[in-house]
Unconditional design. Structure first.
Length: 129
């Protein structure tokens, strides 16, 4: 049996709902209403944080490479040289666009994967700090 309801009115202390199947008005108290809103917001916000790359990632090999992600911006550094630009993840690769002095705008498209909090770029694992 499917129950169908229509919201009639929202008051400060209760929500008045008309249950169409039984033609009765049902009062839903404020705590239930607030709890329902809180749960809905938690569900919506939990999906937003899943793919966040924000943070600093450092390689564990001898090259001491570092990536710092902030929003869609990235700063890469290795061997004392740094470059900043933007990135976008496309399937199993990451497209990084950056500018170098004398060389101008560059695009780097290495393989990419994520292992928990850590990432792998071009076969090198980077540990999130």
């Amino acid at each position: 049996m499917q129950i169908s309801c229509t919201i009639l009115d929202i008051y400060a202390s209760k929500i008045s709902v008309l249950c169409i199947s039984c033609r009765k008005e049902v009062a839903m108290r404020k705590p239930f209403y607030l709890c329902a809103i809180f749960i809905a917001m938690l569900v919506l916000l939990s999906g937003c944080s899943d793919n966040s790359m924000d943070g600093t990632y450092i390689s564990q090999d001898m090259s001491s490479q570092k990536f710092i992600f902030d929003g869609n911006n990235v700063t890469m550094s290795a061997f004392g040289i740094s470059a900043s630009g933007t990135y976008e993840i496309e399937g199993n690769s990451i497209v990084i666009k950056y500018t170098l002095p004398l060389l101008g705008e560059q695009t780097w498209n290495p393989t990419f994967s994520k292992k928990g909090d850590n990432i792998v770029i071009a076969g090198t694992e980077f540990i999130k700090q």
